[in-house]
Ligand binder design. Sequence first.
Ligand code: PGA
Length: 263
Amino acid sequence: MSSTKKLIVGNWKMNLTIHEASVYVHHLVTKVQSHRDVEVVLSPTMLALQPISLQIDRRQFKLAAQNFYWRDHGAFTGEVSASQLRGLVDYAIVGHSERRHIFHEHHKEVRSKVQAALRNNIKPILCVGETAHERMSGEMRDVLHDQILGGLTNVTSSDMSEIVIAYEPVWALSDGTNYSEHKVPTPDDLKKAIGTIRNQISHLYGEKASKEVRVLYGGSTNGSNAASFLSVEGVNGLLVGGASLNQHEFVKIIETAHGMESK
Ligand code: PGA
């Protein structure tokens, strides 16, 4: 597969105050080694992006926004746009299942956000994944197809190098604390889902794009199970939720990614 560099993204969700985030980063800076083969991205609360950007060395950590609004500016009280995040973040998470299910974001918003990120030089991390019910009903493939098509409509072949896709089966996501004992996909399940995603990219953008697009896995990843996900063919990295708030676990995940051959 394309990228030999692993991408490890820590999604802190709605946790840590600005001060707590800053203290946490202060510790991470001393514990996370920079490796040429691993790119580490932190996604703190929107409020902490600016202070953390002053605290980090971009060669060690990059930043991602957890969310943003798709218009660039205007009368949208309370919103933050991708154009306001431009230069501050390298990535932005789009279509996370919590945005889809709690905030009712559908294909149209997801697609508009992907476009807004791209026009502001931010790489979208497009999250896709089926719920437990959809999985039980044998709809995994259809759901992934719909979410990929829904998110990538209007994305050109040349934009594809900027896109990251994260496969996050909703049934495998932790509540932020139970990531060590939560149900996760088997390597075979994961291989099948990643294959489905890459096949669809191949169908839409050709074989080269399908090999080169970076695809992450997310859902109850931790220091002990990271290797089993990272060794599945076609997995280029992890989107880590709960375990990214635990220094020990997060550092272990990064060290696991370091030196793992991409298949
Ligand atoms: P989790 O979250 O690792 O806590 O399951 C992942 C995510 O929601 O991105």
